[in-house]
Design a protein around this ligand. Structure first.
Ligand SMILES: CC(=O)N[C@H]1[C@@H](OP(=O)(O)OP(=O)(O)OC[C@H]2O[C@@H](n3ccc(=O)[nH]c3=O)[C@H](O)[C@@H]2O)O[C@H](CO)[C@H](O)[C@@H]1O
Ligand SMILES: [Mn+2]
Length: 378
């Protein structure tokens, strides 16, 4: 937004400078011509003739115009230099080439242009990385929402998590549901815990998914600050198929959406209406992040959830809902607050999507669902 403003100011300044320059040039020419005429008329006629007076007045006026436009030129020149400097500092940082996820040689890219790792199979040693974090005696809080018919996904989600997700670590699931009686009995591993939190449902799925930000924000405030080191918030209509361990830990974590990792950014389904707080212009954006995964240190996830909730509230007050609800706001947040680690689409796949060469292992995937049957509204 800052860049649009200053670019606009800079354009106006340039027009003003041009107008000033021509004015100065014309006034100076006029001044010298009238000055010359005054000298000639003085020789030929009486000093107080009408003609003489007119020429003298015009000469003085043109001098004043020339001086004013010269002062204007100096002022505008100074302003445009300082604006250009500001633009360099605050705006140009956002105009850069879209980073690629898979290189032209078909090889995966293991690092972002701001030097955050992109986690792919083969870029880390699972035993080593788990042993580093295990020494730190950390607790990983994991929030999951199962409202309405989505409780049917809980069994597979929890059972597959117990097999693959942070095995050997202290994991505390916080399960938000409107029907605690529907939560299945799942045998949890040692040092693993599940807390059920009852919340009201909604008759709009959009409201259910976007309200997760507020619930996450409040849960961090009331409990997680004291109960956990890291937190992940995950979609429930999912299953773990492979290891998901300490390689995914970091300050602020996002996942690249499996549907868009080879898409040009102008085709990302970001929110494109400037009235929304989630608005991202066509020339901006790094990756399209999936709303199904957000994680990191408790404090950093708190900032992200709080900011998204605030932006969602501003939009709601204007009766505007971003294209993909909280996912759109999360993408906006990540554009200006870059994740410190980015999970590759191995960490968010879709069961219906055929396997591709670059994704060697699928760790976590959205199961196939009948939208009409599971959601409360179309
Ligand atoms: C793969 C991926 O990135 N998915 C995102 C995508 O569509 P999805 O189609 O994956 O959204 P979704 O229907 O799975 O809803 C997201 C989550 O909200 C919860 N839920 C939703 C509806 C309901 O009736 N009950 C319920 O509990 C549940 O935890 C679910 O996993 O866009 C959504 C926002 O539009 C979310 O950002 C999802 O995370
Ligand atoms: Mn989902």
């Amino acid at each position: 937004m800052a860049s649009d403003l200053s670019v606009c100011h800079l354009g106006l300044l340039h027009i003003l400078m041009k107008v000033n320059f021509y004015l100065f040039f014309l006034a100076l020419t006029g001044f010298s011509l009238t000055g010359h005429s005054v000298l000639r008329v003085t020789k030929d006629t009486k000093p107080n003739s009408e003609m003489m007076k007119f020429l003298q007045n015009a000469n003085t006026l043109l001098l004043v115009v020339a001086v004013v436009s010269l002062t204007g030129l100096i002022f505008l020149g100074y302003s445009s230099t300082s604006l250009r400097y500001k633009e360099k500092r605050f705006c140009l940082k956002l105009s850069y080439k879209q980073p690629s996820v898979v290189g032209p040689d078909g090889k995966v890219v293991p690092v972002t242009p701001w030097l955050s790792p992109i986690v792919w199979e083969g870029t880390f040693d699972p035993l080593l990385i788990d042993s580093i974090y295990r020494q730190q005696n950390i607790t990983i809080a994991t929030t999951v929402f199962a409202l309405g018919k989505y409780t049917q996904f809980l069994k597979d989600f929890l059972e597959s998590a117990e097999q693959n997700y942070f095995v050997g670590f202290r994991v505390h699931y916080y399960l938000f549901t409107d029907q605690p009686e529907q939560v299945p009995e799942v045998k949890l591993g040692e040092e693993r815990q599940l807390t059920v939190l009852k919340v009201p449902s909604s008759n709009r799925w959009q409201e259910i998914t976007l309200r997760r930000m507020e619930k996450l924000e409040k849960l961090i405030e009331s409990r997680l600050v004291n109960e956990a080191d890291y937190v992940f918030s995950l979609d429930v209509d999912t299953k773990f198929y492979g290891r998901w361990g300490a390689e995914s830990l970091g300050r602020l974590i996002g996942v690249i959406h499996p549907g868009y990792y080879q898409t040009a950014r102008e085709q990302f389904p970001y929110e494109r209406r400037p009235e929304s707080q989630a608005f991202i212009p066509y020339a901006e954006g790094d990756y399209y992040y999936g709303g199904a995964v957000i994680g990191g240190l408790v404090k950093d996830v708190y900032e992200a959830a709080k900011t998204c909730r605030e932006q969602l509230d501003i939009d709601a007050a204007k009766s505007i809902e971003a294209a993909w609800q909280e996912e759109s706001h999360l993408n906006k947040y990540f554009l200006y607050n870059k994740p410190s680690k980015v999970l590759s689409p191995e960490y968010l796949w879709q069961d219906f999507k055929p396997h591709t060469n670059e994704v060697k292992i699928i760790r976590f995937s959205q199961v196939i669902k009948n939208y009409a049957a599971v959601r409360p509204n179309p």
